[in-house]
Ligand binder design. Structure first.
Ligand code: ADP
Ligand code: ADP
Ligand code: MG
Length: 448
């Protein structure tokens, strides 16, 4: 097992990884930007090294500085968390070259799945059903028009390098196509430095169902069931739950098998997530694979009892999976609400600033993953997610009651948050009945 791990991330996920290391008796090195000098991850790790100015590209995306910090502190492995360098194949490769263990899949896995177009092609060849769409890249407006005609409206224009719900546009009519294509392409260029675009059939009113995978370095692959992440705003997840309300045991087995097959087909290693769209008729389609730990991994931990971050570290150290597929049992129901520093009444504008007062809910089945503390100044530079409120109950009803109670108890003063907005969602009749799809927020909350 590793003696020391460097965490190439910040915020709650860095804290989550430090906690796993502490429990495993592994020393930790935090890296931080100048503005994160007082951040919780900086304070909690055994050692902390400044890697540059606030801007991500100068610090958390600065591969040279992160690798230097690793060598300097004698850390043997790097955990990338999510976001930042977590899906950067060049970074994984540089780690490999420097003899530093990257806690995640190899650079080839990342390369193949990080590019959504390539991933689609690989999945088609592996016999995995994918969303119908363009065969390859769409290079200009004229080709976009032809492809949309072939696929049939509505269509979705997507950036091959996309992530975090950006670089995506839905187009319902031919008149809107050219403008949507151009704005999505421009957004992809600025967000990802890569404006390769493709097109998919827009699946109407689908559910986002994703499967958690664990694969060791000895060819063993299992899945840990699904998460329903259909509650989204602008293609970004807001609430996630496990198991999915519409899932049956049969469908779980079937989709789980497909997810394992997909991972095996690329000789995948470590933790990963296969995202599917499930349409109104029960047909499912591969959408993308995320080659990293996911924001919402905690709900899977609550219902399976498997610590996914520890599993990632054990796998990276060469250990075999200690679970077989039949050992994985889904128990009870877990729900996560992402708590963001943002103002839902001002178009969800991020609201950085000082947390003047903080009261965190607690109790049986309530879990908070956060890097926030009273007096902490949330910098304007990074993601606005400040906490994940996760509840676990014996069934969905109990989990919902716990979530309502916990959201009601949660107090964050000094900044705006989406806590009240989350409260409205979990009290919505349709949500309570499990009657929702990815268009839920846009339909139910038209005014905000
Ligand atoms: P998840 O399924 O884990 O919720 P998200 O797509 O929400 O995945 O992304 C997780 C985190 O990574 C978010 O904080 C998001 O802003 C960030 N992220 C995702 N993709 C990218 C990217 N290509 N570049 C920068 N940040 C990204
Ligand atoms: P990202 O890398 O940004 O997470 P995804 O490909 O996972 O991009 O898409 C993000 C979200 O957009 C999905 O969770 C889903 O709600 C929606 N979406 C993506 N593709 C389609 C599609 N073909 N039809 C309908 N909705 C889609
Ligand atoms: Mg996705």
């Amino acid at each position: 097992m590793f003696k020391k791990i460097l965490i190439a991330n910040r915020g709650e996920i860095a804290v989550r990884i430090i906690r796993a290391c502490n429990e495993m008796g592994i020393l930790t090195v935090a890296v931080y930007s100048e503005i994160d000098k007082d951040a919780l991850h900086t304070q909690m790790a055994d050692e902390a090294i400044c890697i540059g100015p606030a801007k991500s590209k100068d610090s958390y995306l600065n591969m040279q500085n992160i690798l230097s910090a690793t060598v300097l502190t004698g850390a043997e492995a790097i955990h990338p968390g999510f976001g930042f360098l977590s899906e950067n194949s060049k970074f994984a490769q540089m780690c490999e070259e420097c003899n530093i263990k990257y806690i995640g899949p190899d650079s080839e896995n990342i390369d193949n799945m990080g590019n959504k177009l390539k991933a689609r092609e690989i999945m088609i060849n592996a016999g995995v059903p994918v969303v119908p769409g363009s065969g390859g890249e769409i290079i200009d407006e004229a080709q976009a028009l032809l492809e949309a005609e072939k696929i049939g409206y509505p269509v979705m224009i997507k950036a091959s390098a996309g992530g975090g719900g950006r670089g995506i546009r839905v187009v319902s009519t031919v008149e809107d196509l050219a403008a949507a294509y151009n704005t999505a392409k421009a957004e992809a260029k600025t967000s990802f430095g890569d404006d390769t675009m493709y097109m998919e059939k827009f699946i109407e009113e689908p559910r986002h169902i994703e499967f958690q995978i664990l694969a060791d370095e000895h060819g063993n692959v299992i899945h840990l069931g699904e998460r329903d992440c259909s509650i989204q705003r602008r293609n970004q997840k807001v609430i996630e739950e496990a198991p999915g309300v519409v899932m049956t045991k049969e469908l779980r087995e079937q989709m789980g098998e497909v997810a394992v097959k997909a991972a095996k087909s690329i000789n995948y290693k470590n933790a990963g997530t296969i995202e599917f769209l499930l349409d109104k008729h029960g047909k499912y389609y591969f959408m993308e694979m995320n080659t990293r730990i996911q924001v919402e991994h905690g709900i899977t931990e609550m219902v399976t009892g498997v610590d996914l971050v520890k599993a990632q570290i054990k796998i990276a150290s060469g250990q075999k999976l200690s679970y077989k597929q039949e050992d994985i049992k889904i128990q009870g129901h877990a729900i996560e609400c992402r708590i963001n520093a943002e103002n839902p009444n001002k178009n969800f504008m991020p609201c950085p600033g000082e947390i003047k007062s903080l009261h965190i809910p607690g109790g049986y089945g309530i879990r908070i993953d956060s890097a926030a503390y009273q007096g902490y100044k949330i910098p304007p530079t990074y993601d606005s997610m400040i906490a994940k409120l996760i509840v676990h109950g014996k069934d969905r009803d109990e989990a919902l009651c716990k979530m309502r109670s916990a959201l009601g108890e949660f107090i964050i003063e000094g900044i705006d948050t989406n806590i009240d907005f989350q409260f409205k969602i979990v009290n919505n009749e349709k949500f309570i009945k499990g009657n929702f799809d990815t268009s839920f927020i846009s339909k139910e909350f038209k005014n905000i």
